[in-house]
Design a protein around this ligand. Sequence first.
Ligand code: UDP
Length: 366
Amino acid sequence: MRVATVIGNRPQFVKAAAVSGPLRREHEEVLIHTGQHYDDELSGIFVRELAVPPPDRELGLGGGSNTAQTAAMLGALELLLAEIAPDVVLVYGDTNSTLAGALAGAQLLMRVAHVEAGMRSFDRTMPEELNRLVADHVSDLLLCSSEAALANARAEKVAGVIEVVGDVMVDVAVLLQPRARERVEVLERFGVRSGEFLLATLHRAGNVDDPNRLRAAVELLGGVHEPLVLPLHPRTRVRLDAAGLLDRLAGAPGIRLCEPLGYLDFTSLLCHCRAVLTDSGGVQKEAYLAGVPCVTLRDRTEWEETVRLGWNTLVDLDAQAARAALRLPAPAIRPELYGDGRAGERVVQALTRLAAGPPRGGRRRR
Ligand code: UDP
């Protein structure tokens, strides 16, 4: 079986790290990097740290609006996928690269598999929600992280086969959190002590693109008055700078701003912090796995189980609600929600069955 995997941004490198290893043991993979994230801190370091194979093809298509970027990717992927002629096109998550890979594969009548299918925030103002909706509806195989995701896909009557395989990011976290926890020199670098600081991330378009919301986020983070490490996503840095808020944030008491961190350094801070403040999807889940309470800077989440169990509190950008959430004690129980750390193997088994089956959906070439 030949699989063409389309990835492009930071979390997709983490997800591919869980699948590429088991996939390449028995099959051929052609890894296509669209270039959606091109900075070393958001892509290259993951290749080095997580043993993701270096991309076989790089499209270099970062920048531009969501629509322009997706259109450019579609054009490039149509040609490249036709040349590679894979048995399956594999996409992850909810980015422009996910949408472009899934749609280009489907248009070429190739079998398409989507990992992290069925996730919904039910907020169609989020570009990620639009990307995963379309990707799910053109996919032949929907590989879900949880039963809740499977129920979402079923409720929408998707055409493809749906399976729960567990969460591939969990595979990486289960493997690397213990090692990352030992990297205590990272704490020294930021002058923080285990259990006595907060870790934050902020990058969603809904929070950083609107200057009023960005200001509210700065007030919130600057107002916690505790040691707080904030690795700044490049998009957020640009928006803060443009809004004249960067110095204000950098000067707030307790704040330690830095460049985006590699996975191991970030995970070390995640494992040792008192709580996380984030608008990231992946970080909410990783905090749960690390047993760290999470305060989510959004009003909805795809990872609703973590909220139901009391490990995650949605505060949007309400500073008072965030301070109240940070005072909550950690819940006593933390059941296994997203699989056992072997999702990557199940993804490969499911792809193998897909490739052995009939070609795409019985559709005829025109
Ligand atoms: N991450 C990282 N360094 C950082 C911030 C995040 O390695 O400075 C990792 C994090 O552990 C998780 C992934 O990046 O695995 C999440 O990516 P992001 O928040 O960009 O995307 P989302 O999950 O929101 O799609």
